[in-house]
Ligand binder design. Structure first.
Ligand code: SF4
Length: 404
C-alpha cells in the first residue's frame, strides 16, 4: 500500500473514531481499471471517440470489469434514458422481475432488441422467488421480457431468508451456468440482516456477487464492516445500493461539499466509492440531469477531502434520528402484531426526500394491507424501542396521510 493510501486509511480511522464510529476496514488503494467499450467524447450522447467512459472496477471472483456506476431501474424510466446511459459508459443495467410490475425488464428488452447491443451490456436481473422452481419460472419470464436467452448475473431479490441459499439452490445455479443461461449468481439485500447475509455468503463459497444497502451512514456499523471484510476476503463482488442515505439536504447543510463543487447526490455516491471494498454503486437515475451528475461523479476520481469526510460523518450523526435504518424487527417487536414500519418509512423517504410521489404511493399500496394498517397499535412503544430515536408514531401518521 502506498504511503499516501496508508495515510488516508489512517485518516479514515481517526475521523470515524472521532465521530463515535468504527473505521472502514477496506483497502484504500482503489482498483480502477482501464475502461473498455464504449468510449465517449465528453458530453452525454456524444459519438464514441476516445475519452475514457465510466471507470471500470474488478467485480470480485467474476474476474470481469464493470463500470463503477450501475444503472438502477427500479423506478419509472424510458428507453431514451437507457440509451443515454449506455452512450455515457454506464453499460451495466440492473433490473428485477418485480421492478415496475415487469415494465423495467420490458423497457430494457426493447432497447436491447432495437439496438442489438445485448453483447455490449452487463445485464443483471433478480428473482422475487427464492425457491429453485419458482426462480427458474421467473427467469424464463425475464428472458422473454428482456429479449435475451441469458443474463450476466442472476440474483435472488432482497434476500433475508438465508436458508434459501441451500444445496438445491447451488445445484440450480451451477446448472444454469452450465446451460449458459447465467454467468454468475448472487443476491441483493436491504433487509435487517444484511450483515448476517454477507457473513453467511462469505462462508458458502459459491456466491459470486452481492448487492447490498450501503452508504455513508454505514461507516460506523461494526458488524457490517466485519461482514464486508469477510465477503471481500472471499472475493465476492460487492455492489452498493441505497447509496443516498436520505442525503438530499446535503447541499444546504454541508458547505464543504459546495467548496469541492459536489452536489449532494454526487457527495453521497463519492462517499460510497470512498470505501475501496465496494466495487460499484447502483443508482436509480430518473432523468438525464441525474444521469449527468452521476456520470460526472464517477468520472471524476477526486476523493473526498478530510473536511468533507468529517462533515459527512457529523451530518450522519446529527440526522440519525430522522433516517430509518430498516431494522424492522426491533421496533415491530414492541407491537402486538407484525407491522411494516421500516417499509412504510422508506416509502415516506421516497415521497418527502426524493420527491417520488407516485412511486412512493404505489409501493406503499403494494405492501400487504395487514402490515400497513397500524390502527390500534401502540406506536409510542415502537418509538421507545427504536435505537435511533425515530418518532415512529409521528412518521407513520404522516406516511398514512400522504401515501394512503
Ligand atoms: S423505526 Fe427505528 S427500529 Fe424501526 S426500522 Fe426504523 S430505525 Fe429500525
Amino acid at each position: 500500500m502506498s504511503k499516501k493510501n496508508l495515510n488516508r486509511r489512517r485518516f479514515l480511522k481517526t475521523a470515524l473514531a472521532g465521530s463515535a464510529a468504527v473505521a472502514v476496514g477496506g483497502q484504500m488503494s482503489r482498483a480502477l481499471a482501464v475502461p473498455s467499450a464504449p468510449r465517449v467524447s465528453g458530453e452525454l450522447g456524444a459519438p464514441a471517440t476516445g475519452e475514457p467512459a465510466v471507470p471500470l472496477s474488478l467485480l470480485g471472483k467474476t474476474g470481469e470489469r464493470i463500470p463503477r456506476l450501475v444503472l438502477g431501474t427500479a423506478m419509472d424510466f424510458d428507453m431514451r434514458l437507457v440509451k443515454q446511459a449506455y452512450e455515457a459508459g454506464v453499460t451495466y443495467f440492473d433490473t428485477a422481475d418485480c421492478y415496475g410490475g415487469g415494465n423495467s425488464e420490458i423497457t430494457i428488452g426493447r432497447f436491447l432488441e432495437r439496438t442489438g447491443l445485448r453483447k455490449k451490456v452487463w445485464l443483471t436481473t433478480k428473482s422475487d422467488s427464492h425457491d429453485a422452481p419458482g426462480m427458474l419460472k421467473r427467469l424464463q419470464t425475464s428472458f422473454g421480457r428482456l429479449k435475451t436467452d441469458h443474463v450476466d448475473l442472476l440474483m435472488l431479490h432482497n434476500l433475508s431468508d438465508l436458508p434459501s441459499l441451500n444445496k438445491v439452490m447451488k445445484a440450480t445455479a451451477d446448472r444454469l451456468k452450465k446451460e449458459g443461461k447465467i454467468r454468475f449468481f448472487g443476491f441483493s439485500t436491504h433487509s435487517p440482516n444484511v450483515s448476517e447475509a454477507l457473513a453467511h455468503a462469505a462462508k458458502l463459497g459459491w456466491i459470486d456477487v452481492i448487492m447490498f444497502k450501503y452508504n455513508f451512514r454505514s461507516y460506523g456499523d461494526l458488524e457490517l464492516n466485519k461482514a464486508i471484510d469477510a465477503a471481500k476476503k472471499a472475493n465476492i463482488g460487492l455492489i452498493a445500493m441505497k447509496t443516498q442515505g436520505s442525503a438530499f439536504s446535503f447541499q444546504s447543510k454541508v458547505d464543504a461539499f459546495k467548496a469541492k463543487g459536489f452536489t449532494q447526490h454526487q457527495a453521497a455516491l463519492k462517499a460510497t466509492w470512498e470505501d475501496d471494498r465496494i466495487d460499484a454503486a447502483v443508482s436509480e437515475m430518473k432523468n438525464v440531469q441525474q444521469l449527468e451528475q452521476n456520470v460526472k461523479a464517477a468520472r471524476d476520481l477526486t476523493r473526498l477531502g478530510s473536511l468533507q469526510l468529517r462533515q459527512l460523518l457529523q451530518y450522519a450523526e446529527a440526522t440519525s434520528d430522522s433516517y430509518c435504518q430498516g431494522c424492522n424487527h426491533i421496533c415491530s417487536a414492541a407491537l402486538d402484531r407484525p407491522a411494516a414500519i421500516a417499509d412504510t418509512l422508506r416509502m415516506l423517504m421516497y415521497h418527502d426526500e426524493y420527491g417520488e410521489l407516485s412511486r412512493a404511493r404505489r409501493l406503499y399500496k403494494e405492501l400487504p394491507e395487514a402490515l400497513r394498517t397500524f390502527d390500534g397499535l401502540d406506536l409510542d412503544a415502537a418509538s421507545k424501542a427504536c435505537p435511533h430515536s425515530l418518532d415512529v408514531a409521528g412518521l407513520v401518521g404522516r406516511a398514512k396521510k400522504v401515501l394512503g
